[in-house]
Design a binder for this molecule. Structure first.
Ligand SMILES: Cc1cc2nc3c(=O)[nH]c(=O)nc-3n(C[C@H](O)[C@H](O)[C@H](O)COP(=O)(O)O)c2cc1C
Length: 347
């Protein structure tokens, strides 16, 4: 006869028996190896309760508040699939109060045919929302005396500023690619001198080395967006699009560049050395950020205030139903809040 223990508390663990059975069944599969321990973090389980919400993640970027240090990196526009992708991304930017860069808005300089793919302020709300142009277009606007078109573009999109992407390898490898007629640095300096707009400078997946980082840090940019090597790689993307002989000749260029981790270290060293001469206030750590752990690790390591950006990570979940993107972002933000509560980046 089973003994009934009189109690005024109830056991609400109704799955206990099946869970115990699953634990036994899975015990030999659920073994890890010390070789795989993530050595980036100290795990400190003693000092925080489980996060109840995302409030610990609030961040300032470009004079605005973001509910989490997460940036939706510049992607697409101007092709059929892009409309739904961009709308999903902008909705998520507004709903989760993140920040977002548009993909290249080059087409809008010449025609409004695809304007609706980019006119997304109504979804992004008050969040940081930036237009995007390649340095080749910026150079040609400067040379043709059409700089005012950049401001027009920002007005048309109600954007907070302009992201300029520097992508000499991509342009070189792209069959229809542009050629720069002057060093990108001079073009950026001209824009900063002549237009009073917020500027972010990025690569597109190769990152940048120390001399380029230093030159950018010396400019009054809103941010540098790393777009480092380690994720989507546009040298490879263009090689995949090109004729076999070109692909064979240039394949080795794919591995040129700098990882996001290397760029964080370089930026820390250079900004320390520059002191007052470091005029760029923030960074977007991006390029090969796989998940919230990478993002947490690298933003914590950065001495300059940092958010982290993902392109392909969001793209994967933004092509269909908005719900899929919501689920992805919620999991990432919950993971990030948990990481912040229990993980310390090793120094
Ligand atoms: C489909 C796609 C389109 C992109 N288009 C642009 C673009 O128009 N302008 C730009 O600055 N970067 C563009 N990027 C580069 C991303 O902003 C980002 O720097 C790069 O993909 C690295 O991030 P990831 O490894 O998280 O994908 C694009 C990336 C993808 C995947």
């Amino acid at each position: 006869m089973s003994k009934h223990i009189p109690s005024d508390i109830e056991d609400d663990d109704l799955n206990a028996a099946s869970r115990k059975k699953e634990h036994i069944d899975l015990a030999f599969k659920a073994r890890s190896s010390v070789r795989d321990i993530d050595s980036r973090f100290d795990y400190e389980p003693l000092f925080a309760r489980h996060p109840q919400d995302y409030s610990a993640l609030t961040t300032r970027f470009a004079g605005k508040t973001m509910d989490a240090p997460v940036w939706i990196s510049s992607m697409t526009g101007g092709t059929q699939k892009a409309a739904i992708i961009n709308q999903n991304l902008a909705k998520a930017c507004g709903e989760y109060r993140l920040g977002m860069g548009l993909g290249s808005c080059r087409q809008l300089l010449y025609s409004d045919a695809y304007l609706s793919d980019f006119q997304l302020r109504k979804y992004a709300g008050e969040q940081p929302f930036y237009a995007n142009l390649g340095i080749a277009q910026v150079e040609s606007l400067l040379q043709s005396g059409n700089m005012f078109r950049m401001r027009e573009l920002l007005d048309k999109l109600d954007a907070d500023g302009l992201i300029i992407h520097i992508n000499p390898l991509q342009e070189w490898l792209q069959p229809e690619g542009d050629r720069y007629t002057r060093a990108p640095l001079y073009t950026i300096q001209d824009v900063l001198e002549k237009l009073d707009i917020s500027i972010i400078v990025k690569e597109v997946g190769q990152g940048m080395g120390p001399a380029s980082i230093e030159a950018l840090l010396r400019l009054p940019l809103t941010a540098i967006d790393f777009a480092a090597n380690g994720g989507t790689n546009f040298a490879l993307m263009e090689i995949l699009r090109s004729a076999p002989d070109i692909a064979e000749h240039y394949r080795s260029l794919v591995n040129i560049g700098h990882s996001a981790e290397e760029m964080v270290s370089l930026t820390n060293i250079i900004s320390d050395r520059l002191g007052q001469d470091c005029l760029t206030g923030q960074v977007i750590v991006s390029g090969g950020i796989h998940d919230f752990l990478d993002g947490y690790y690298l933003t914590e390591k950065s001495k300059l205030p940092a958010v982290y950006g993902q392109a392909s990570g969001f793209l994967k979940h933004a092509m269909g139903d908005y719900v899929e993107l919501q689920e992805y972002i919620e999991m990432q933000l919950q993971g990030l809040a948990l990481a912040k509560a229990i993980l310390k980046v090793k120094s």
